[in-house]
Design a protein around this ligand. Sequence first.
Ligand SMILES: Cc1ncc(COP(=O)(O)O)c(C=O)c1O
Length: 406
Amino acid sequence: MTIAVQDLKADFPILSRSIHGQRLTYLDSAATSQKPAAVIAAELDYYQKTNANILRSVHTLAEESTLAYAKVRTLTADFIHAQADEVIFTRGTTESINLVARGYGDVHVRPGDNIVLTPLEHHSNLIPWQQLAKRQQADLRYIELRPDGNLSLESARQVIDSRTKMVAIAQVSNVLGTILPVRTVADLAHQAGAVLVVDGAQSVPHQATDVVAMGADFLAFSAHKMCGPTGVGVLWGKMAHLKTMSPVLFGGEMIAYVDRDHATWADIPARFEGGTPNIAGVVGFGAALEYLAEVGMDNVGAYMSHLGALAFQRLQNLSGVTVYGPGPDRGPLVSFNIDGVHPHDVAQAFDAKGVAIRAGHHCAQPLMHWLGVNATARASFYLYNDIDDIDVLVDAIESTKRYFAR
Ligand SMILES: Cc1ncc(COP(=O)(O)O)c(C=O)c1O
């Protein structure tokens, strides 16, 4: 592997914490990643030296702040192979998807049209579409999963039709680790005259991203899952589509001209960024992008695939453990249940050993229904995890099994 994990671990101050007297093993990066010192320092530095509102005043601080914010837009665009003015900063994936559903969906979706999803979507890529379908009297349709948790392309061909206006899918499932065939679905959507919205919350942090190669029309992702601060997200959209969208947040900085009875809109992307944004957070996100670029996203991608496959193989061989989702070709996470032990008890038992995992429905209740369970435990990895962490995970599972068997 081309990643020097031990060196990387040292970049993340929180990883030297102990929890209940044990070394922290952080296996919850799909919920939020830890932050390297460079990101924490960038935010602190911004507040200590630059803090001012952007796009308003002409004083030095304001100009520096505006430039710093703009620089991160360019960094973000480079990171996903897009144009800077196609990058809209939001609070996170959830807000990004709501913005497309409102701003694009309300303009383009008409009664009798349909919106196509999959059953594995995070609620953030489900409820905005349910609400859009209700507002516009449109139908929701689902591309079904195969029994192994992969997407059925046969089903995709059946449900996407000439009344499909929008298709919205995750690139990687936050529960199953399934990698979805985004390019193929993009082609099917485009043949039908629909646009493809990709939820990249669990993919952009873990692999090199090229929006053009992906074939997406919109891509949403969150800074906090990729070494960046909370409260910053991205909506990327093709400029031709952004031009047809209505703004959703009305107020300061998104206007060109206002009089008593009407207003006109600023250019894109400011049009979609009403109000004072999370400037310090965006600056911190810039440091995260630089950090990841330094490691190299191709390296990150190869390493994440390796850890995901390894964790899957190790857990699949354990007796009394059910592992969900497809085989080793998956995102860097593994959802599982231990026979007879509630996942919350599993997470509690792990915490006592300093191992942080997530338990619950993972904001994917329709997927839990599909799996026939109420909840699962989930261990998820990032670039600071290594094989030792997978050993710790396996040991924690074995000792939890023993404890609850007594
Ligand atoms: C696949 C997926 N989509 C969307 C989200 C929502 O992201 P955020 O809470 O940052 O808006 C998550 C978060 O876990 C996710 O895993």
